[in-house]
Design a protein around this ligand. Structure first.
Ligand SMILES: Nc1ncnc2c1ncn2[C@@H]1O[C@H](COP(=O)(O)OP(=O)(O)OP(=O)(O)O)[C@@H](O)[C@H]1O
Length: 491
């Protein structure tokens, strides 16, 4: 394990999406290979093995896992069985997976071999995979067809080597144009981009601050952007917090929220510097699905998180996705619905729920796996004042009664602040204030930042203070303000 002296300099690069491009590229390459196999003329009875050459190109380009390579080999084998003119085509079912696995082994282990700065993988894989696959194929053929050993040794095996040599030529001839084509279409990264590492498994990463979530010198820049959306952010979320994060539009609130859930850096493409730890574990050393059991998130377009027909099926779907045992699902649904006061709606169709009920269903979905931390991104943007009040009553309950730690990103603060113990102000990716609610509100008022988010009643108190009045408690609700004014005017 390597130790990291300065966490602010540790980078994690990730290109967005792409987890299925090995399928896209392999399908395309195998289709080309099949056409070439059917139409290419032979020279002196010898032709390159186009199927092997094309899947070698696909494997060199997409670097699949061994399991994926096995799949590629089996698909290539099926194509060959269907199009082969050989007496015993079923040998392909063994020889092609062997060829694809050989190719993958070389891609994973011999990528360092270069000639004048150019990758030698297409040449090496074209030759080795063809010899392995062809060798296996003719060996099977020899035994199945009972061919004489002398033919096998003096004709068949040398022919395999000759075709291997031909494939060592045609594979790079297809690889480099294909690489250029896929890079120009944005389907693949260029070779320089591919060299960027995003594997942190070798680092010994430990938080230096306590807290359920600890962000340490976190910076993040989205792909193809020039300025970082988060810039050297250091903050913690502590157990039991009801933390509200506010800031102008575009200040980086949602990105901060995405960093807490692991969507940054695992889903969005970009470069992360510094680190986020959830429960002491670096988010770059875990996966989004593992994090989802600790940090549940409700996004601003929460309707898009609903996929099933009924309330019960919806929560069951989330639980199944998280790998919860079938015998535990019923009880987990009951508990989640109870927490959000939705028990009577268990069998209701999702389309027949009101906006507020659908939101509570999404919260039940998130709660079903019992995460410690709940993150809400602009949760009340689509609710009326009554719905907003009900929402905050509900998550206050989840905070005090069930012990969930709450993080809310909010622009309209009136309804949220009476329940919050901390208010964080973010601006251009920097944390400007991270303190109790009153201190941060005063900061916003004094520095004239994001003043539209300051509750009117608090702004009124600030104006009165400017005029020389003094009050004991911050005006975060009308009740407090009324009591303070009554006290002030009493003789
Ligand atoms: N996937 C993305 N790719 C590139 N840039 C992005 C992406 N998501 C957000 N940004 C940019 O990052 C900046 C911060 O966005 P973010 O959504 O984090 O801010 P926000 O404070 O939540 O804004 P809002 O209150 O409007 O939702 C914006 O300039 C935005 O355009």
């Amino acid at each position: 394990m390597k130790t990291v002296a300065d966490i602010s300099k540790l980078e994690f690069h990730h290109r967005q999406g792409g987890q299925f491009r090995w399928i896209t590229i392999t399908t395309l390459m195998l289709a080309i290979g099949t056409i070439l196999h059917l139409v290419s003329p032979s020279v002196g009875g010898v032709t390159p093995n186009w199927t092997i050459a094309t899947y070698c190109v696909a494997i060199c380009l997409t670097k699949p896992s061994y399991k994926q390579a096995l799949g590629i080999g089996l698909v290539a084998a099926l194509v060959n069985v269907l199009t082969s003119k050989s007496g015993f085509p079923y040998g392909n079912l063994i020889s092609e997976p062997l060829g694809a696995l050989t190719c993958t082994f070389i891609v994973k282990n011999l990528a360092f071999i270069k000639f004048k700065g150019h990758s030698c993988l297409p040449v090496l894989t074209g030759f080795a995979a063809t010899c392995m696959s062809g060798g296996a194929f003719v060996t099977i053929l020899k035994f199945v067809m009972n061919l004489p050993t002398v033919v096998y040794v003096t004709a068949m095996l040398p022919l395999v080597v000759v075709i291997g040599a031909l494939n060592a030529v045609v594979t790079p001839l297809m690889y480099f144009p294909a690489l250029r084509l896929f890079v120009s279409r944005g389907i693949l990264d260029s070779l320089e981009e591919q060299e960027v590492t995003s594997d942190h498994s070798m680092y010994d990463l430990k938080p230096t601050q306590d807290g359920l979530i600890s962000m340490e010198h976190l910076s993040y820049i989205y792909n193809k952007q020039k300025t970082p959306v988060l810039d050297d952010v250091t903050m913690t979320v502590n157990k039991g917090d009801f933390l509200v994060i506010t800031g102008e539009s575009g200040s980086g609130k949602s990105s901060l929220c995405m960093a807490m859930t692991g969507a940054i850096p695992h889903y969005f493409g970009g470069v992360m510097k510094g680190m986020v730890y959830v429960d002491g574990q670096a988010t770059t050393q875990t996966t989004i699905s593992q994090l989802a059991t600790r940090v549940g998130a409700m996004l601003d377009d929460y309707d898009s998180q609903l996929v099933a027909m009924t309330v019960e099926e919806e929560i069951a779907f989330s639980l199944e996705n998280q790998g919860v045992a079938p015998d535990k699902i019923g009880q987990a649904i009951t508990e989640a619905l109870e927490k959000v006061n939705m028990t009577p709606y268990r069998h209701r169709q999702v389309t027949k729920l009101s906006g507020g009920q659908r939101q509570r269903l999404v919260i039940a979905d998130v709660l079903a796996t019992n995460p410690d931390i709940l993150v809400f991104d602009e949760p009340t943007s689509a609710l009326d004042p009554e719905g907003t009040h009900e929402f905050y009553e509900l998550i206050h309950d989840l905070n005090v009664k069930y012990g969930h730690t709450i993080v809310v990103i909010e622009h309209t603060l009136e309804a949220a602040l009476p329940y919050a113990n901390r208010l964080v102000l973010i601006d251009h990716g920097h944390i400007l204030s991270d303190a109790d609610v009153e201190t941060t509100l005063r900061y916003m008022y004094d520095h004239n930042i994001c003043t539209s988010a300051i509750p009117k009643i608090f702004a009124c108190q600030m104006d009165l203070e400017k005029a020389g009045c003094h009050f004991d408690a911050p005006w975060l609700s009308t009740d407090v303000a009324v009591a303070a004014v009554q006290k002030a005017v009493q003789p």
